[in-house]
Design a binder for this molecule. Structure first.
Ligand SMILES: [Zn+2]
Length: 439
């Protein structure tokens, strides 16, 4: 895209030259103290490069490497007038890939959260509270809330988002949610099998008939994935299998919510069906871990849930030591994890789940990409999308080392800079980038 009025994504970035074609999403990012590429090298899954340069051309990564190697390697492809952005020695990582969110809903459940913190136990049935508020909301209400949440995710460095339906639970509302979600992402998941709809309580099989029939037909053109909540209080493994197989027959990929509130069959069902991911994995038997280790199914851990419900955290170390591919995601939803912060997930995974900072950053980027079966995101390598996060820190370790601190300084999606929330407070990124680092 060539902007007739100049490089629209360039406000505030300290640049030299801006006359190159396609300037909005073509630039040279230099002065990177630590670059996390996620291209494994020399036993380092994060593919870390120090004193690095990234050349972005037309929204894609064209070249990465050490600055000292850049002149020869990049010279042939760089227009002399290309913008240069100086990272000032800071760290750059791939944009976060949040492979599990429930961002389309009405209302909130702050009172339920407060009650839970006062000692009440979390149960899956609270979802029905949000169903009532979502059904009552207009498209514009839902769209406005969704846009605000997407902006919140972006400002914290998330550049790829999965969004689920699952708060409509009738044909009309599930179709609305799928359509609205598809306005903000290609990664939309049909979760009609979230809980049995309030109008079908006591007749779960009848509700599953609706999900695999009329409801699936109403959403299928808007969605890429199908999901089911395999848990006591939600659906049995047999019911989930019916739903997931119907989705597969309709051309959808499979994801599963499982083993969140107790031991169960969710993980083995997911592996048996070749699901891209099984999410939660808080209560796992040795057989579950072995099944995951021998499969292509990613174990997606959602520590925001355990944080917000005071449940025990999943044991990421056990999974990693068994050779399971692990992703971290927010599960952003109004009931059990109303946070969209991947940096918080990284901090929790390191502090509470036995992950190293490098493993946690990998899981929130490359791991999320694996969970969505994507190879164009979660990695900074030639040909990949130029989805980049510049941290106000010298290394990715700071994401866990400085929990709660807003370290995401700049976000580029497809090579275009996104304005972070609160960015208007700054004099612009040029000034910000020129400021001396605080560490
Ligand atoms: Zn979920």
């Amino acid at each position: 895209m060539v902007s007739p009025s100049g490089p629209t994504g360039a406000e505030g970035v300290r640049t030299s030259g801006a006359d190159g074609a396609d300037a909005a999403n073509t630039f040279l990012l230099t002065g990177i103290g630590e670059l996390t590429t996620n291209v494994a090298a020399d036993g380092d899954p994060c593919g870390t490069i120090r004193d690095a340069v990234v050349f972005v051309r037309d929204g894609r990564i064209a070249w990465t490497g050490r600055a000292t190697d850049a002149p020869d390697a990049v010279a042939s492809g760089v227009d002399p007038g290309v913008r240069v952005v100086d990272a000032g020695g800071r760290a750059v990582i791939p944009g976060f890939v949040d492979s599990h969110t429930h961002l389309v809903f009405g209302g909130d459940r702050a009172e339920e959260f407060a009650a839970r913190m006062a000692g009440e136990r979390y149960a899956a049935g609270g979802i029905r509270t949000t169903v009532a508020a979502t059904r009552a909301a207009t498209d514009d209400d839902l769209r406005t809330r969704l846009a605000a949440l997407v902006a919140e995710c972006r400002s914290q460095g998330t550049t790829t988002l999965e969004v689920k339906t699952g708060y409509g639970l009738d044909v009309e509302t599930e179709a609305r949610l799928a359509r609205l979600a598809a306005e903000v992402t290609d990664e939309v998941t049909f979760l009609g099998a979230h809980v049995v709809a309030p109008d079908h309580v006591g007749s779960a099989e009848e509700y599953v008939d609706l999900v695999v029939g009329e409801m699936l037909r109403a959403v299928v053109s808007h969605v890429r994935w199908i999901d089911a909540f395999c848990e006591e209080g939600a659906f049995t493994a047999g019911q989930c299998r019916r739903v997931l197989e119907a989705g597969r027959a309709a051309g959808l990929g499979i994801r599963v919510h499982g083993n969140q509130l107790g031991y169960g069959e969710g993980v083995r069902l997911a592996v048996d069906l070749g699901a891209a991911a099984v999410d939660h994995c808080t209560f796992l038997s040795d057989d579950d871990v072995a099944a995951l280790a021998g499969s292509d199914t990613v174990a997606t851990l959602l520590p925001g849930v355990e944080f917000s419900t005071r449940q025990p955290y999943p044991d990421a170390r056990r999974l990693l030591d068994a050779g399971v591919t692990v992703a971290l995601a927010s599960d952003c939803n109004p009931g059990s994890s109303f946070t969209s912060s991947l940096p918080l997930m990284i901090a929790l995974a390191v502090r509470e789940m036995g992950m190293t900072p490098a493993e946690a950053v990998w899981a929130a980027t490359a791991g999320g990409a694996r969970a969505l079966r994507r190879t164009d995101v979660g990695v900074i390598a030639p040909g990949a999308r130029a989805d980049l996060v510049l941290l106000d820190a010298p290394s990715r370790v700071h994401l866990a080392y400085r929990p709660g601190v807003p370290l995401v300084r700049h976000v580029w999606k497809d090579g275009e800079e996104l304005r972070a929330a609160g960015a208007s407070q700054e004099q612009g990124a040029a000034t910000a980038l020129a400021n001396p680092p605080v560490w």
